[in-house]
Design a protein around this ligand. Structure first.
Ligand SMILES: NC(=O)c1ccc[n+]([C@@H]2O[C@H](COP(=O)([O-])OP(=O)(O)OC[C@H]3O[C@@H](n4cnc5c(N)ncnc54)[C@H](O)[C@@H]3O)[C@@H](O)[C@H]2O)c1
Ligand SMILES: O=c1ccn([C@@H]2O[C@H](COP(=O)(O)OP(=O)(O)O[C@H]3O[C@H](CO)[C@@H](O)[C@H](O)[C@H]3O)[C@@H](O)[C@H]2O)c(=O)[nH]1
Length: 443
């Protein structure tokens, strides 16, 4: 099939590359010329394991030719399916900001309005399918549908807007997209659901675990996405709440949760307590869901509590450090700047409140991350950035471990170069040693 993907960030680039790899002919559209140039050069503008290999294989000179990137929407009218994968960030009050996605939706409609009305080859009819891949609230679906139709004008009745929420995680985006736990199609017609299923067929056939396909209406589909993220974020917050209790008894929360997770009704994943959840999804999606709930006069008490527990974890980590060192004027290493390992994304990283708390205390902060230094530099241009964990630790009077990068697990002699060997571990990744003063956040 011919596919256009509007928005080439973590989701759009992964989607475009994986669809090209599955045999489809894909045009990736982005307003950022640097993003477009990178893809056409055969690599991603972001760090995502496996993505560069796929882009090298299908985009750029010498590739299969099945993937190209452009700033133009010209390919849209000739596509069998157009995905919208533009960001849906938060407004300052936590509600969803649909401005960017709406603009892209309207431009997509305008591109469709430029069609001659002829049946595009291969589609068998003259209807066009626009699929919202971005995460939008239930009432946001109508906003995006209206924007597409406004742009499409006289051809609006030939366009169906569907939703197909994405469940991939950053750091494992390609693997997750290729082997999902489920695929959700939110459509108004069986025509649209069938077209989506044909598009996904080569992917679903190749997955080891036969992902179930959930067919539903567009609003229910996006609600499944919010419920999914709300559940997972709350699960981590409950693990943190329980972990904070364990810490007060000197009990290892990880030992407790490993056993708790053996209960099939609970499951072993997302029970890792520590400095909490961040990223581009959990915080904004939980906030957007709380905001729409309040708009409809419902107080989402569980979600409010999940956020409150999460917001408290960075300060708890800093208080543990305070118990060992007065950091004013001292060098303090922050190990890990990305919101999780495997990504250069620092959006809502727990490192942000940790660094802010250290700055408030007058510490000299030195940060280190294997890939996320440059993105964090935009946020904190004035702190020092080391090019290795060892360099960050040298002369430091404390180290705070914020991201569970594998390379931190191998740290050992590097702690010997610290001025004071105080390590506060927010992810339970550092090996305890007699010579270092070690505090786990929840163990
Ligand atoms: N990041 C994830 O892990 C993830 C997972 C599942 C769902 N989602 C959802 O997917 C959506 C996209 O998230 P992301 O993290 O990939 O975003 P992102 O910020 O990484 O990328 C969005 C891209 O859209 C481009 N863009 C903005 N306006 C545009 C326009 N008018 N036309 C064309 N391109 C435009 C931007 O230049 C950017 O490259 C969001 O709704 C998010 O909630 C994200
Ligand atoms: O046991 C755990 C698991 C995760 N986290 C933290 O939770 C955050 C989110 O992690 P993860 O879910 O692995 O990454 P994301 O890329 O944010 O993926 C989430 O958000 C995406 C965007 O909506 C969804 O598609 C995914 O299904 C959902 O897992 C990170 O800060 C993690 O460090 C913990 O603290 N403890």
């Amino acid at each position: 099939m011919r596919v256009s993907v509007v928005g080439s960030g973590y989701v759009g680039t992964t989607l475009a590359a994986c669809l090209a790899d599955a045999g489809h002919d894909v045009t990736a559209i982005d307003i950022d010329p640097d993003v477009v140039a990178a893809i056409n050069d055969g690599h991603a503008a972001i760090h995502e394991p496996g993505l560069d290999d796929l882009l090298a294989e299908h985009a750029g000179n010498g590739g299969s030719g099945r993937l190209r990137a452009t700033t133009s929407y010209d390919a849209v009218p000739d596509s069998d399916v157009t995905f919208l994968a533009v960001g849906t960030p938060s407004n300052p009050d936590g509600s969803i900001d649909l401005a960017g996605l709406s603009a892209a939706a309207e431009t997509t409609g305008e591109a469709l309005a430029g069609t001659t009305g002829e049946t595009p080859a291969g589609t068998g009819d003259d209807r066009h399918l626009v699929v919202v891949k971005s995460t939008v609230t239930p009432d946001g679906v109508a906003t995006i549908r209206d924007a597409v139709r406004r742009g499409a004008g006289t051809v609006a009745d030939r366009v169906e807007v569907a939703t197909n929420p994405e469940f991939l995680r950053e750091g494992t985006a390609v693997a997750d997209f290729r082997d999902p736990d489920k695929v959700v199609f939110g459509t108004e017609s069986t025509w649209a659901a069938d077209r989506l299923e044909s598009l996904y067929e080569p992917l679903l056939e190749s997955t080891a675990a036969d992902a179930p396909v959930v067919r539903t209406d567009p609003e229910t589909a996006v609600t499944i996405k919010y419920a999914n993220n709300a559940f997972l974020a709350s699960k981590v917050s409950l693990a943190n709440d329980l972990g904070n209790i364990c810490k007060r008894f000197g009990i290892d929360a990880y030992e407790v949760m490993d056993a708790v997770g053996l209960d099939d009704r609970i499951g072993a994943q997302f029970l890792r307590s520590g400095v909490g959840w961040g990223g581009s999804c959990f915080p904004k999606d939980v906030d957007a869901l709380r905001a729409v709930a309040r708009e409809r006069e419902y107080e989402p008490a569980m979600l409010d509590a999940a956020v409150a527990v999460n917001d408290g974890q960075p300060e708890r980590m800093l208080e543990l450090l305070d118990g060992h060192v007065d950091v004013a004027g001292e060098r303090v290493a922050v190990l890990g700047l990305a919101f999780k390992p495997g990504t250069d994304d620092t959006r809502n990283s727990r490192a942000i409140p940790v660094i802010e708390g250290l700055e408030e205390r007058g510490a000299e902060v030195v940060g280190y991350d294997p890939v996320a230094t440059e993105t964090m530099r935009e946020r904190f241009p004035d702190i020092e950035y080391a090019d290795s964990a060892a360099a960050a630790l040298e002369g430091a009077s404390g180290a705070l471990v914020v991201t569970d990068w594998d390379e931190f697990a191998a740290l050992d002699d590097e702690f010997d170069a610290m001025a004071e060997r105080v390590v506060i571990d927010g992810r339970r990744i550092i090996e305890r040693r007699d010579e270092i003063t070690y505090e786990g956040l929840t163990w």
